[in-house]
Design a protein around this ligand. Structure first.
Ligand code: HEC
Ligand code: HEC
Length: 306
């Protein structure tokens, strides 16, 4: 029997860039959502606060009513997990090289997450911001939080607080970093193998740190062999097909088999059984696990790989 319908001229191109992320969204996974971050209700004293904010607003981007306090609180915890390491606790840029969001034209022009969402979902991967796996609702909450901070800041481009020394990236302990690396990273990486001379490839510590945290971007071109997302499809009869994942949604899954042919299967609830394997998943999930110290230690260790 034929396990699937073959589609000869399926557009492979759609699968190449950013597939990992859109896939995760289709699958409804939100691995970076912090525990206890509830979808919030509650309107609070939005009206009087809105009036106060309008009275204080000094430039157009601030003249918006403040968001729902529950949504802001949820956005704040999402921000702290998924954005803070790069954009800073005060949104003015962080250790990992994210730019100041208080002065960002994108943020100032954004109304309700619509300009921020594509960036969070990977539009800037080639310039250093990895795609972050987050549902649209979570992006919106995060955007609401960001707007609330912008709205409460004194004015566009207000000078950063004085007295805070510029962050030095090389503050970690290389020995502790090596130990962390041996525990968490050697399942997939080796300093004698893929990461040999890593610090020679990235002589600037900041660029090095961005690279290892993001895992590198697929850039333009096809993703490397090592980050190819694969899928296996098992029929109730036990018949099984495997290959590179081309496309998946609730109704169909398309894969490219080893011989290059495309096979599309209809999905009906849990049948056939579909298992997606994304080699970058664990690397990305670690992003919400590291502490600042882990980050600095690992960076201190990786800069020794010359
Ligand atoms: C690993 C580091 C990293 C993480 C995590 C990260 N960003 Fe970024 N982000 C960057 C970098 C680097 C840029 C600059 C990219 C560029 O210049 O195109 C950027 C750019 C942006 C911009 C555009 C700023 C502008 O004006 O061009 C926005 C908005 C943004 N990030 C929001 C977020 C949000 C929201 C999150 C969390 C959900 C997040 N970022 C997580 C590194 C990061
Ligand atoms: C489950 C597997 C897995 C784990 C665990 C993992 N990574 Fe990765 N990582 C990957 C994959 C896959 C890539 C993409 C490699 C590629 O495109 O060739 C990657 C990319 C990288 C890169 C970029 C490599 C390059 O050549 O530019 C660095 C650096 C890196 N990881 C460091 C780490 C560190 C440090 C840890 C531990 C804290 C870690 N990874 C944990 C799978 C993993």
């Amino acid at each position: 029997m034929r396990a699937g319908r073959r589609l000869g001229s399926f557009a492979i191109a759609v699968a190449v860039i950013g597939m990992n992320i859109s896939l995760l969204h289709l699958l409804g996974q939100t691995p970076v959502a912090p525990a206890g971050a509830n979808q919030g209700g509650g309107r609070g004293s939005a009206q009087s606060a809105a009036d106060a904010a309008r009275a204080l607003a000094t430039f157009p981007a601030q003249q918006r009513p403040p968001g729902d306090p529950a949504l802001i609180a949820r956005g704040k915890s999402l921000y702290s997990v998924s954005c803070q390491a790069c954009h800073g606790v005060d949104l003015r840029g962080g250790d990992l090289g994210g730019p100041n969001l208080l002065r960002s034209q994108v943020v100032l022009s954004d109304q309700d997450g619509e300009l921020i969402q594509p960036i969070v979902h990977g539009a800037r991967q080639s310039t250093g911001m990895p795609a972050v796996t987050m549902s649209a609702a979570d992006v919106k909450a995060t955007a609401t939080y960001i707007h609330s901070v912008v709205g409460s800041s004194k004015g566009q481009g207000a000078p950063p607080d004085t007295g805070i020394p510029p962050p030095n990236i090389l503050v970690g302990d290389a020995a502790a970093g090596q130990q962390y690396f041996n525990e968490k990273c050697t399942a997939c990486h080796s300093v004698a193998g893929d990461l040999k001379n890593f610090a020679t490839r990235f002589p600037d510590p900041k660029a090095l740190q961005n690279r290892w945290v993001s895992g590198g971007s697929a850039g333009r071109g096809a993703p490397s062999e090592r980050r190819t997302v694969t899928v296996s499809v098992t029929q109730p009869t036990g018949e099984r097909a495997e290959g590179r994942l081309i496309r998946i949604d609730d109704f169909i899954v398309t894969l490219a088999a080893a011989d290059g042919t495309l096979q599309t299967f209809r999905r009906d609830g849990g049948s056939p059984k579909v298992e997606v394997h994304d080699p970058m998943q664990t690397h990305r999930d670690l992003l919400s696990v590291y502490t600042d110290r882990n980050l600095h230690d690992v960076t201190a260790y990786l800069v020794t790989l010359k």
